[in-house]
Design a protein around this ligand. Sequence first.
Ligand SMILES: C[S@@+](CC[C@H](N)C(=O)[O-])C[C@H]1O[C@@H](n2cnc3c(N)ncnc32)[C@H](O)[C@@H]1O
Length: 178
Amino acid sequence: MTTALAILLAGLACAGLIAVYTVLLDSPPLPSGGAARAGLVALIPSDLPDGPFYELGCGWGDLALDLAKAMPERRVLAVEASPLPWLVARLRALGRENLSVRFGRIEALNLSGASLVAVYLGPKPMARLSEKLRAELPPRSVLLSNGFALADLTPEKTVALPTPVTTTLYRYRMRETN
Ligand SMILES: C[S@@+](CC[C@H](N)C(=O)[O-])C[C@H]1O[C@@H](n2cnc3c(N)ncnc32)[C@H](O)[C@@H]1O
């Protein structure tokens, strides 16, 4: 087998693996753009309770890295269930003390200690996770979402990004009952 053929087959295998997990998770590993990441970081309030940040479905690690850089005093736990993006995010996190990247499903996490959760997930995963987020996130903690609203909860703040396709960023403040 020639080197070129081996590279082609490896590329096809990687693309196939990404496609399979995109279907399984109803979500492609599409990174938040720079403006969205900066907008989400700017939405972090100063009056957060103690506890780690979570980046749920961290993809290739872009948003998780920005959160960890912006808030070096906070521990950032990122989770991703698609193997290739997870591996890349894990490698990118090497040397960043306050960021850890786990392989696995968001559904398996206990979020009851979170001070902030950031997501960019898509409509189906958001709908599936809505009940978990409402039930587990502690009072005064914050949920930041790029592009997708949480049903039946009024955001504390929204930002419309002036990108070619209008994107809305949402900030929710959790209460005793959500
Ligand atoms: C649109 S990408 C966002 C990537 C990153 N959060 C960002 O903003 O740059 C969504 C990611 O969430 C992951 N994902 C979706 N549902 C998941 C689940 N239930 N558990 C773990 N990861 C999930 C997908 O594999 C995908 O990589």
